[in-house]
Each structure stands twice: as structure tokens, then as C-alpha cells.
Design a protein around this ligand. Structure first.
Ligand SMILES: Cc1cc2nc3c(=O)[nH]c(=O)nc-3n(C[C@H](O)[C@H](O)[C@H](O)COP(=O)(O)OP(=O)(O)OC[C@H]3O[C@@H](n4cnc5c(N)ncnc54)[C@H](O)[C@@H]3O)c2cc1C
Length: 442
């Protein structure tokens, strides 16, 4: 089938906070923008978080209006569940070959009423809730998903047809196949974000086999108002933990993992979670094992001081290993730096790994944009134009360019939009000048 053709001024790849902000900034200036997101909803990692440091604002309350603004902006064309397969240069700009994955639900008909979800007999663990909650085989991705359109997990579907029968608008369509789109664009912004350290990366911390050792995104979901339990409960037995430990640098500043850089956000998110846990579980002891605390942003050090004043215990020490006792309580083996490097073992109910940020996506093959040694997009003018890549017309936004927090991601998103707008303006001016020259010569 002929691909559907779309012509825009700019293509933004990735619908996390950085991609959404870049798209909105360009669209507000009158540019036509295509936003391509590989997941069924936009929102990225930010929509999974509970509250944000250092203000402790509700994350969903900040992110959802942005998601909605993107969906309703007249200059933004939103393509969810889509991936760019290839990029060609066409003399005036780029052409992106995009594949739209089948949702098995007609996007134009579905109203997000969830009747299909209630009728579906299959329960699967939900990746949005870090596999602590469940979703049905056909489901709206999460309560504030944008767009509010169901998606069917065909791999796990029984094909029983119950969803099809109850759908009031006959949107379920088992015959859907992948669709090809061709997006012609003048500039591209890469906002493909980050992924966290995988659980099996550091075997000695046991995140892939000790049930009460979890990563910090799990705690974000446990603390979120829309979380899986509505309470902070530990995974093995559903008990409220009385003693919780954080292990810092569990994925960053670690030569053994090949990740020598600091992920920048882990100290701050651990402090934030410790404060929120103190509120949710007032009787729990919370300890943070750290090498050094890096509170680099505006108001961030005060945030750290507040956590200390609230009674969060900060222990300078490098955790060597985590094991568990017969009751599945994690045992942390740690070298206490301030106590003459004494090695002790401490038992907790729950251990949280402050995992690092890794590049989610390598744009080298498709976009011909080189990556730096750390795997994030290479930025040749980091100090003066941090959004420029080595490829003219392609810009980088947010954590696709390196670890950073939400504030910096938003600032970088604005900067990428400005650079892209400048590039498009220059190109339009040179096309106009060329036409005037041709006219004068004729
Ligand atoms: C546990 C934890 C807690 C945190 N807490 C805070 C906090 O309190 N305050 C704070 O400031 N920061 C916090 N952060 C950091 C914050 O999450 C990031 O700064 C922010 O989410 C970065 O946004 P982004 O848009 O760059 O990336 P992402 O949120 O990763 O978004 C990238 C998007 O691109 C999409 N994508 C990827 N590849 C492709 C592709 N090839 N094609 C199409 N789409 C693609 C992804 O699906 C995703 O939607 C925390 C991080 C963690 C891990």
C-alpha cells in the first residue's frame, strides 16, 4: 500500500517531557510539527513519577496538561505507537519513513470508554506500574494516557472476541496491519530520552533475584497517587516496610559497568523519595548509603538539609553486596567510610537501588548522528549550543543528550526548538534569496 504522506516543518522524535516541550515551542511559533512516539501514549518517564524535586509538585498534575496541550495544538500532528525506520535527505530537508504499529483498535472510533478492558478475561503485569499492577490484554495504557485510545496486546490475546462484542463503537479491529507513513520535514529534533540501569547489570546487588531489592522507578510508582496499591508495600509479602535503605550510584560512576559518568538526578530523587516515604510511613527508618551527595541545582542543597532535619539517615559508605535472610529481608554489606572503613552488615525490609541513566536509543544508524563515548548523542558545541548535533538540521533535546533532570530537560527543549526555528528560518531565507536571484537573472 502507498505510504500516507505528511509534510511538516519539523519532526520531533520522542514524546517525553523534552520532546513535548520542543514540539510546543515550535508549534507556538507557527511551525507545523510532527511528534512521533514509539509507545501508545506520550508522557515519557515523567508521567510515571510521583512528585518532583525540589518542589514536591505532583508529577501527573504538571505532565498531564502538557500532554493534553500537545494533543490539542492545531500545529502538532501526533503519531503514537510509531517508529522511524529510515531517514533520507531530499535536497531541501529530510524524509522519514515511519511505521505505525497496529493497535488493533480504530483510533478514529475509540472513545477510551474501557468497556473492552472490563470485558477482557486476561490479566498481564503492567510495565507502567513496573510490573506490580496488572492490565488486561486490551487496555488504555494508563488513566491519563494521551491519546485515550485502547491498545491490544495481540501476543497475549485469546481472540475470544469479548472486547469486540462490547465495544459500543465497533472500534476493535483484529485485521489491522502495520502502516507506512512518509514524513517530509525541514528539521529533526531527537528527544528519545534515557533508560535506567537494568536489574541484572550489577549481580552483587541482586535486583534480578532478591524480591525486596527494587529500583527507584518502582518506588515512584508505589508513591504515586495512581500507583498499583495505594500504599507503600514491599513486593515479597505486601508488608509495610519499617526499614528502607537507598544504595546510591547503583549504575553510575562504576567502571565495572562501563558507566563512569554521574547520572546527576539520583541523589536528588533518593532524597525526594526518602522525604515522601517519611510522610507515607512515619515510623519507618530511612537510610541513604552514599559516596558523596551531589545537589547541584537551585534550592537543591536546602532540600538535602531538610531531609536530614526530617531524620533521614545519611551514611557515607560504599555498598559491596546485598544478600537476603530467611524472611527475604535484604542484608546490605557496606564499608563505612567515616568509621575507618569498617565493614558491617545491616538488615532492612526494603532496599532501593538509585539506578543510573543510560542512553535509550542509538541514533547513529538511522539519523547518521554520532554518539559520544558515553552513548548519548554527541554535541560538538556543548558549552555554547548544547542542542547542536554533528548533523546540520538535526538537534537534540533532553536526556537523549545526556543525564539531566526535568528542569534542564525543559530548558534544553526550548533551546532545541529555538535552534531548529533558526535553522528553518535561514533555510527559508536562502530559498527566497535563490528565487529572487533566479528572477533577476531571467
Ligand atoms: C527514579 C527517577 C526519579 C526521577 N525524579 C525526578 C524528579 O523528581 N525531578 C526531576 O527533575 N527529574 C527526575 N528524574 C529525571 C526525569 O525523569 C528526566 O529528567 C526526564 O524524564 C527526561 O525526559 P526526556 O523527555 O528527556 O526523556 P524520557 O522521559 O525518557 O522520554 C523519551 C521518550 O522518547 C520515546 N522514544 C525513545 N526512543 C524512541 C524512538 N526511537 N522513536 C520514538 N520515540 C522514542 C520514549 O518512549 C519516551 O516517551 C527522575 C528519574 C528517575 C529515573
Amino acid at each position: 500500500m502507498e505510504p500516507q504522506k505528511i509534510k511538516v516543518d519539523a519532526l520531533v522524535v520522542g514524546g517525553g517531557i523534552a520532546g513535548m516541550q520542543s514540539a510546543l515551542d515550535l508549534a507556538d511559533q507557527g511551525y507545523q510539527v510532527a511528534l512521533v512516539e514509539k509507545e501508545p501514549s506520550i508522557g515519557g518517564k515523567m508521567i510515571e513519577l510521583s512528585k518532583v524535586f525540589p518542589t514536591l509538585d505532583c508529577c501527573s498534575c504538571i505532565t498531564t496538561p502538557k500532554m493534553s496541550a500537545v494533543a490539542h495544538h492545531e500545529n502538532i500532528h501526533l503519531f503514537t505507537y510509531c517508529e522511524v525506520q529510515a531517514i533520507h535527505e531530499n535536497g531541501t530537508g529530510f524524509v522519514a519513513d515511519v511505521i505505525k504499529k497496529p493497535r488493533y483498535v480504530d483510533e478514529d472510533l475509540c472513545t477510551g470508554c474501557r468497556q473492552c478492558e472490563y470485558a477482557c478475561p486476561i490479566d498481564l503485569t503492567h510495565p507502567f506500574d513496573r510490573h506490580l499492577g496488572a492490565h488486561r490484554a486490551i487496555y488504555v495504557p494508563f488513566s491519563t494516557a494521551v491519546p485515550q485510545i485502547a491498545v491490544l496486546d495481540i501476543e497475549n490475546c485469546l481472540l475470544c472476541g469479548k472486547c469486540e462484542k462490547v465495544c459500543p463503537v465497533s472500534a476493535v479491529d483484529f485485521t489491522q496491519t502495520p502502516m507506512n507513513l512518509e514524513i517530509e520535514t525541514g528539521a529533526i529534533i531527537l528527544a528519545t530520552g534515557f533508560k535506567i540501569t537494568p536489574p541484572d547489570a550489577k549481580q552483587e546487588y541482586g535486583a534480578d533475584h532478591i524480591r525486596n531489592v527494587v529500583d527507584a522507578l518502582v518506588v515512584e510508582r508505589l508513591l504515586a497517587p495512581t500507583g498499583p496499591y495505594g500504599h507503600v508495600l514491599r513486593p515479597s509479602d505486601g508488608k509495610e516496610p519499617d526499614s528502607i535503605a537507598y544504595v546510591q550510584c547503583a549504575g553510575s560512576r562504576d567502571k565495572t559497568l562501563g558507566v563512569e559518568y554521574c547520572s546527576r538526578v539520583c541523589c536528588m530523587y533518593a532524597i525526594k523519595q526518602a522525604m515522601l516515604l517519611s510522610g507515607a510511613l512515619p515510623l519507618a527508618d530511612i537510610t541513604i548509603y552514599y559516596m558523596d551527595i551531589r545537589t547541584f541545582g537551585k534550592g537543591y542543597d536546602q532540600f538535602y538539609q531538610n531531609a536530614k532535619a526530617m531524620g533521614v539517615e545519611f551514611v557515607k559508605g560504599k555498598v559491596a553486596k546485598i544478600t537476603e535472610d530467611e524472611n527475604q529481608n535484604p542484608i546490605v554489606r557496606v564499608e563505612l567510610i567515616d568509621e575507618g572503613s569498617k565493614v558491617v552488615e545491616r538488615t532492612h525490609d526494603l532496599v532501593v537501588l538509585s539506578v543510573g541513566m543510560l542512553p535509550q536509543y542509538n541514533p547513529q544508524e538511522i539519523y547518521k548522528v554520532p554518539v559520544a563515548q558515553d552513548g548519548f548523542v554527541h554535541t560538538p558545541s556543548t558549552n555554547i549550543s548544547p542542542c547542536l548535533t554533528d548533523h546540520p538540521g538535526i538537534f537534540v533535546s533532553g536526556t537523549a543528550g545526556g543525564p539531566m533532570d526535568i528542569v534542564d530537560s525543559i530548558v534544553m527543549a526550548g533551546s532545541a526548538a529555538t535552534e531548529a526555528a533558526g535553522y528553518l528560518e535561514d533555510k527559508n531565507n536562502s530559498i527566497k534569496a535563490g528565487k529572487q536571484r533566479e528572477f533577476a537573472h531571467a
